[in-house]
Write a new protein. Sequence first.
Lengths: 297, 224
Amino acid sequence: MSAKAIEMNGVRKAFRFFTLEDVSLDLEHGQIMGLVGPNGAGKSTTIRLLMGLLTADAGSIRLLGHDMPHSQAAAKADVGFVSDDMKLLPQATLAWHMDFVASIYPGWDAAYAAKLLKRFGLHAGQTAKSLSTGEQVKALLLLALARRPRLLVLDEPTSGLDPVARHELLTEFMDVLRDDSRSILFSSHNTLDVERISDRITFIDRGRVVASDNKEDFLERWRTLRLRLPDGAPDWQLPEIVHRDIEGPNVTLTIDGFSDDFLARLGAPIQEVHRMSLEEVFVATVMHSRQMQEARP
Amino acid sequence: MNLLTRKLIAKELYLYRWLLVGVTGAGLASLLPAASGEFGFNVGFLVWLTAIIALGVMLALFGVATERKERSLLFILSLPLSPGDYVRAKLLGLLACFVLPWAALSAGAVGLVLAMPGIADGLLPYTVLLCVFLLMNFSVVLCAVLHVSSEAGMGGVIVLTNMSVSLFMMGIGRIPELGAHMGKPEPVWNTAFWLLLAAELVIALVALALPLLIAARRRDVEKV
């Protein structure tokens, strides 16, 4: 088994109006990575490059140890890929799709497929064109999960689902990871889903990876501090401060790299320290990254 | 041929089974009035010709363009196959879907010419050339839809290939080496016939090989 489920190094892909620039990602076996970014950030492009559907202009991609896109047939034998804009063959029934996929993947688990069919409230006799958007996603996930892949690559898998279905699905993902050799990469702009199940999180914006770390480290590093400074805020030159909001004597600082050492260097009385949600961390990271980009000559 | 390619070919035959049965049934049924006299022959021939042309157009549109447009292509591409595997399976699958009814309808047309006393057997070379032309025409349409992603481009190719059938039917009879023998009681298999047949087969083979050389080697598979 290769050392990592996913290895992307310095990947670049240019389109007419968008460029994915210098993307590097690593995912260890047995981990879930959430790829989070606003619409148009490059999440789907990254995933399509990873799956060999697009060819990078520069950089290298390895999927389960296979060079992509050259060895994509071998790599995809162990990958379950579902995208929110993927559809089943409209004229065929779900039963036909299950038989079709089962005949291709030796690891197909018919009992698990039957269980998922029931859990997702699907009917095998339904044609794909009669399925709602949410049912299409569930059916595609059933087909991907029941083949018991070593890696699940999911592009916005929960975007068309209601909260109950999303909950069921996320529970199912956790179930997949009971076998610690299996991994999941999933993209979303829903930070709640990502926060719930991910071990690692990568933020992507405007075609660049702006941050990538373990979820706990993200949540541990970021804080908002509230200070009351009647004499005005000093001009701190501390790299940890990514945003400052000053309203008279009330100062709010957003910090990336919170620590006792930082507090000592700040040298100001703190009224409140707040942990940030992943959504707040995501927004702060993206906004800071954009400011840095715009500040460059 | 690997397992997945065989499965994908079987998939095309399964998905379009009713289209194939319908077209074969309609085409063979059209041969019945064709045996009843000149008017019936004209009507029957028109239905027979329309059935084959429509089959080719529908297979190309549903099998390639609609699959791409309705995003089920992404599902197929998620399977363990390379771009080359996909293009090869798609070509072979849709070719099988076309060839089965085409072979039945072509055999029916040849049988009609041979069996009907009112139709000169000299028409046989023309019939064979027309049948192979329709196969060639489908190969060109299939090649085009695998390379052209715009609907306007595909529409243009379909219109042009349909027009080419009319031009072929008009033009072939004007070739003296062929036209002069069409009313004769015995078929004449001369050099002109064999050259035209070879040309049709070569064009069909080139049209079927091109996607394997170009579409299958595209850097971005989703555009296949």
